[in-house]
Design a protein around this ligand. Structure first.
Ligand code: SF4
Length: 702
């Protein structure tokens, strides 16, 4: 045909924590005229081996969002970058001078690349002197982070994707993996097709697409997970199925936990009754777990997005520690991350309660990081977590905020209060690719960000695999990579240490910083990458950290705690399962298969929009009949002062008092239907992660 096709630029999908590799192929006609660009799965990437889900397969269409932000704006007027940067630097300086460093904040995103995260963290925690830098990853996996820290001494995910092919039992808790991590779910399906003895158990109040494909679905009552996993531990104890050698040699704190689970309420029958589960089904699950050394437990937002998400995650980890099912092929607790670089943000220190490179705010860490950065003003204590940060803004304590690559007006709970907080804030800077993002409407300064395909950097997926996102298009107008925008503001403020020549330069410094962990018991140390050349960085192929290690974390039974032992964690208090007899409905929020976050990058793609064309709330058909409601009619949800309108649809997978609504609706169409208006800002006391899965609402015909 006269066309030729490039071998392809390797990059990574920007949508979810599976972290699939893609190849971007330009086709050229003779005369070097580029005709089309294709985005296909990368067969050489270990995360997906060439596979893509429907969102990943539509990446090409996502490149042309209807409206791009092309030039910086100050109060709606287009200005030069120099002017915008000057305004931000001046406002930051002035606010800190008048009200102190804790009066300013950044709210960033698991969409940021590691290098963006690194310079944002360095500016705030080393040079402005506040740890008020938090990320929307707080909403997604901070409870898993806290649980890892409590159990292992460090935020470590001890499972590899290859373990899926080695497991005999796969347990999925609180996750609709078939929709939210589709390529990973396909690996599970392939493992089961290859070996029909591999069992799949799904624990979820909803009979989701994932649950429908399981050998056993346990429709546990809302927020019953600690009770369920304590009861499993009790069963394992009663049946002499613990690995006492592992417990004695490598763990601590078991006796207190064992004493707790001896309580009557953790007997199988009591647990089944309390959680409205079939006793035989629960017994089957317990028996399968007892009999299968190669057990993997995958968990996600049904665990993390709870008022006790950290305790739930620790209850799962406890069962793996007690059976020695960790650090071994095909076995372990596996926290799935939602966003493409949530894990990279955790590594850098993108959460307000982390300092950097897996270090906290102890005196040694503050000193060592401060010396490395030659920082004039180190933050010495944790900053405000997302919900607290916007509450402080509402109360007038945060007077400057820079929001990057996230849409908190839609995605945070109690979203109307978040909007009010932003309108009260003295100066709001928003970096985004679109001028129409809901949060952009509150911006005093709006910065055009380079998007996927226009910028370079590193991301880390759910299994600690570091991959490169690569630029293959020029940014439109004056759009710019976030790390550059942040560094320019830092330089105008007179701070040294932000004159990076390239994104590779940023990465090398970050890698070097992780070398401070070398003499400490931390496992996050990528400092050998500090000396990599520009060429090595350009040609980087996916690798998991710890680098050069193929065996599992903890395979030697050593954990990075002070005593080198893993901790059994006893939850602070027993949870109360959602009361089905209460007059409220329980509103569960989550993803649709085909949409991404607040739809800013996927809402315009026709084939992705087909699966849910308007804001929709789902209810069991019998419940609808009982309340004289019909599919297709408009219903009104109420919570406190807030109301929400949506179309009613029926779903037999829900229990009698449960509702489900997707989290995506935003923008003008979703204005009256942002589901987080209905969700009170209840957070886990340890992690600060909000609960999004069981909001109490009322429902009536509109
Ligand atoms: Fe992208 Fe996740 Fe789909 Fe892979 S599974 S293609 S990373 S959205």
């Amino acid at each position: 045909s006269g066309c030729r096709q490039q071998a392809g630029i390797q990059s990574a999908c920007p949508y979810c924590g599976v972290g699939c590799g893609v190849r971007v192929q330009h086709r050229y006609q003779s005369g070097n005229l580029k005709t089309t660009t294709d985005v296909v799965g990368d067969p050489s990437h270990p995360a997906n081996l060439g596979d893509l889900c429907v969102k990943g397969a539509a990446l090409k269409e996502s490149l042309s969002i209807p409206k791009r932000l092309l030039y910086p704006r100050v109060h709606g007027q287009e200005v030069s970058w120099a002017q915008a940067t000057g305004v931000i630097a001046e406002k930051l300086k002035q606010t800190v001078a008048e009200h102190g460093p804790d009066s300013v904040a950044m709210y960033v995103s698991g969409q940021l690349l590691t290098e963006d995260y690194y310079v944002a963290n360095k500016l705030m925690k080393g040079f402005i002197g506040t740890a008020n830098l938090d990320t929307n990853s707080r909403l997604c996996m901070s409870s898993a982070v806290a649980a890892h820290n409590r159990a292992f001494g460090e935020d470590l995910v001890p499972v590899h994707y290859e373990d899926i092919g080695k497991a005999g039992l796969i347990v999925i808790v609180g996750a609709n993996t078939a929709w939210t991590h589709p390529v990973l779910f396909r690996r599970i399906q392939q493992a089961r097709a290859a070996n029909p003895d591999v069992r799949l158990v799904v624990i979820d109040p909803r009979r989701t697409t994932t649950a429908e494909q399981a050998d056993l679905h346990l429709p546990v009552a809302n927020d019953g997970d600690v009770l369920l996993f304590h009861s499993l531990l009790r069963h394992l104890m009663d049946h002499q199925a613990l690995d006492q050698t592992f417990i004695n040699a490598y763990c601590q704190g078991f006796e207190a936990l064992a004493q707790e689970v001896r309580h009557e309420k953790y007997r199988l029958m009591a647990c089944a009754d309390a959680l409205d589960l079939n006793r035989e089904s629960l017994h089957t699950f317990f028996t399968w777990f007892q009999e299968t050394p190669e057990t993997l437990t995958l968990f996600c937002q049904g665990i993390n997005q709870s008022a006790n998400g950290t305790d739930k995650a620790n209850a799962i980890i406890n069962c793996h520690l007690a059976t020695g099912r960790i650090g071994k092929p095909g076995a372990g607790p596996f926290s799935l991350t939602g966003q493409p670089n949530a894990m990279g943000g955790r590594e850098v220190g993108g959460l307000a309660n982390q300092l950097a490179v897996h270090r906290g705010f102890d005196a040694d860490s503050v000193r060592e990081v401060g010396e490395f950065w030659q920082a004039p003003k180190m933050a010495t204590q944790p900053g405000l977590k997302a919900v607290d940060l916007f509450d402080a803004m509402y109360d007038g304590k945060i007077k400057f905020v820079w929001v990057i690559a996230t849409n908190p007006v839609v995605s945070l709970p109690d979203s109307c209060k978040v909007a009010e907080a932003l309108s009260r804030c003295g100066c709001v800077v928003v970096s985004d690719i679109s001028p129409d993002a809901d949060t952009a409407a509150f911006a005093d300064v709006l910065l055009p960000a380079a998007g996927w395909g226009e910028k370079d950097g590193m991301v880390t997926n759910s299994e600690r695999m570091m991959s490169r996102q690569r630029a293959f298009l020029p940014p439109p107008g004056e759009a710019k990579a976030d790390w550059r925008a942040i560094c320019e503001v830092a330089q105008v403020m007179g701070f040294h240490g932000f004159d990076f020549a390239s994104v590779a330069d940023v990465y090398r410094e970050y890698a070097a910083l992780s070398g401070i962990n070398r003499d400490a018991p931390y496992l996050f140390d990528i400092s050998e990458l500090a000396s990599m050349s520009d060429e090595d960085y350009a040609n980087w192929q996916p690798q998991r950290w710890p680098l050069g290690r193929s065996s599992h974390l903890f395979s030697d039974g050593r954990f990075p705690t002070a005593r080198g032992r893993a901790n059994f964690v006893l939850p602070a208090s027993a949870e109360e399962a959602g009361d089905e007899s209460s007059e409220h409905w329980w509103l569960n929020t989550g993803r649709q298969r085909d949409q991404w976050h607040t739809m800013t990058r996927t809402g315009h793609i026709a084939r992705l929009a087909e699966s849910e064309t308007e804001p929709t709330v789902y209810m069991h058909p019998l419940s609808a009949r009982k309340h004289q409601l019909e599919a297709g009619q408009l219903v009104c949800l109420k919570h406190a002062e807030q109301t929400l309108l949506a179309k009613l649809a029926l779903d037999e997978g829900l229990s009698a008092k449960q509702l489900f609504m997707s989290m995506h609706w935003a923008g003008p169409f979703g204005f009256a239907s942002r589901v987080n208006q209905m969700v009170a800002a209840v957070v886990d006391p340890v992690s600060g992660q909000p609960a999004f899965k069981s909001a109490a609402v009322s429902v009536s015909a509109a």
